[in-house]
Design a protein around this ligand. Structure first.
Ligand code: AMP
Length: 167
């Protein structure tokens, strides 16, 4: 069944191995999925990991155009994580690739497998800062605030460093 094309925002993170290579390859893999177009990505940002002591993360966000249902898109994200060898030994532990579905158009979804918007995006500078770079005016359907305003609310608390890169 074909699905109408919808704008989607995702977050990418990695803190094991060649993280910038992994994030780039993951986006390339997503771009090859039928029904997924990668529109753009943010810069990569370095952030301090939460949870057990572990290396810093490399984080970023991307905007997609997607003609897949949300659950099908989640399957694709999880498969891509697996493909890049994500280890799930420890909750909040280090990982070669983490992909999160942040927004799916203005949809609100709360099932056992999938919550959209992502429930923790409003408290995460490492999500909001890169997202504000590429989608400042996206309105969060839960709070009614723009990404730019949500990012500004976190302000000084941010532990995120934008890296120089060309993309
Ligand atoms: P985590 O290891 O913290 O990234 O959690 C991954 C699990 O969270 C997946 O197996 C999903 O079923 C679930 N999940 C719920 N909502 C989302 C979302 N918006 N994006 C990614 N995973 C989600």
């Amino acid at each position: 069944m074909t699905h109408p094309v919808q704008p989607v925002a995702i977050a990418l993170g990695s803190n094991l191995g060649d993280s910038s290579g992994t994030l780039a390859k993951a986006l390339d893999a997503l771009a090859h999925i039928e029904g997924v177009t990668v529109q753009c990505r943010s810069s990569w940002y370095r952030s301090t990991a939460i949870g057990p002591v572990q290396p810093d993360y490399l984080n970023g966000c991307a905007l997609l155009q997607v003609s897949l249902a949300p659950e099908k898109l989640l399957d694709c994200l999880l498969e891509t994580e697996q493909r890049f060898g994500r280890q799930r030994a420890e909750r909040w532990g280090p990982r070669t690739l983490d992909l999160d579905l942040l927004f799916y158009a203005q949809l609100r979804l709360d099932t056992e497998r999938l919550q959209v918007p992502h429930p923790r995006l409003r408290e995460r500078a490492f999500v909001l800062q890169p997202l504000a770079e590429i989608a400042p005016d996206w309105v969060d359907p839960v709070s009614g605030s723009t990404v730019q305003d949500l990012a500004a609310l976190l302000g000084e608390e941010s532990l995120v460093e934008r890296l120089e890169d060309s993309h």
